[in-house]
Design a protein around this ligand. Structure first.
Ligand code: HEM
Length: 298
């Protein structure tokens, strides 16, 4: 019988993974500590590469934090895009249950993303000023991953493709594809149409390369969805999951705005905008507008 090993030699010399049963029987077994090459963890997670990506221009603690938090948020943007594309794929296949799972996961990720803003609450204007020059013209406005999630949410301003033309790799092509493809909302509405809801045909046939504008017929659709589907029903959950996403996206913008207000007041942005005033305008644009307006009538 192969029993648990008390020293480190057993698992190290054998490349066989222990079965779940063996793991269960070995409560005292210590982790393996010798590896012929890099650790399997690093080979998988690439932490050694990740740790080389924080190249600051100053020794200010605020700059290191700003860079790390920006990178964390970029990773979250990618994760959200992944979940929403997954949800879109399932919606197109009429697999609502799996689409809802992806949306529910994205809600949890968004909670983590928005919690990241707490790292900024200590930063006073002198702290920000101490490294601001080092940022040059760099601004989150130039984030192609953020723009990607905006496109997935149905905010599609063609001018916002332009900054990314020369970004290395395939990212520009992917961004253009997301700009032209249906948004998450478009796919949700197409799904509702297939369930018999009165989404106007011209909307289903329209090109998907412009910002979704509020539409009375779509408001009627959501009013009907809430009337037909009680708590716990999948279509009600679809409506509520999309509302969660829209709200969490607004929350992200709000927390960003407060970090800006707190650390630089009304100074102009490094990306060339008026700063706070420009961000306040962008905060007013709502994702999935009919899901909000319908609430007055429900
Ligand atoms: C105290 C910290 C921060 C300040 C003072 C700040 C400042 C600004 C300003 C002034 C703008 C307007 C555009 C411009 O630069 O002229 C902007 C836009 C933006 N920032 Fe930040 N930012 C901060 C942190 C972050 C972080 C951590 C991220 C995460 C990646 C981020 C992402 C963005 C994005 C995506 C936009 C464009 C928003 C839109 O298009 O509506 N910012 N930021």
């Amino acid at each position: 019988m192969e029993g648990p090993t008390e020293d480190h030699t057993g698992p190290m010399t054998s490349r066989r993974n222990p079965s779940n049963r063996e793991r269960e029987q070995s409560p005292a077994q210590a982790p393996k500590v010798e590896f012929e090459d890099t650790t399997p963890y690093d080979a998988y997670v690439r932490a050694s590469t990740l740790a080389t990506l924080q190249k600051t221009a100053t020794d200010e603690p605020g700059e290191y934090m700003f860079l790390v938090l920006s990178q964390i948020m970029e990773l979250y943007f990618n994760l959200l895009a992944f979940e929403w594309r997954t949800a879109q794929r399932f919606l197109r296949e009429d697999r609502l249950g799996e689409a809802l799972l992806a949306l529910r996961r994205s809600k949890d990720h968004f909670t983590g993303l928005n919690a990241s803003w707490t790292s900024f609450s200590w930063m006073t204007p002198p702290d920000f000023n101490s490294f601001r020059e080092a940022l040059g013209e760099a601004s989150g406005f130039q984030s192609f991953l953020y723009r990607h999630i905006e496109f997935l949410l149905g905010f599609k301003d063609p001018a916002l493709l332009r900054p990314h033309k020369h970004v290395a790799g395939n990212h520009y092509a992917e961004l253009v594809a997301a700009f032209e493809a249906p948004s998450l909302y478009d796919d949700a509405l197409a799904y509702l149409a297939r369930q018999g809801y009165a989404v106007p045909q011209e909307m289903l046939d329209a090109e998907t390369n412009s910002t979704h504008e509020w539409d009375e017929a779509i408001e009627d659709v959501w009013v009907q969805v809430y009337a037909d589907n009680g708590h716990g029903s999948p279509l009600r959950e679809l409506a509520e999951s999309l509302t969660d996403i829209a709200q969490q996206f607004s929350d992200w913008r709000y927390w960003h705005l407060m970090a800006v207000r707190r650390s630089m007041g009304h100074k102009g942005g490094s990306g060339g905008s008026a700063g706070l005033a420009w961000l306040e305008k962008s905060l007013q644009r709502e994702a999935f507008p009919e899901l909000w307006s319908a609430r007055t009538r429900i």
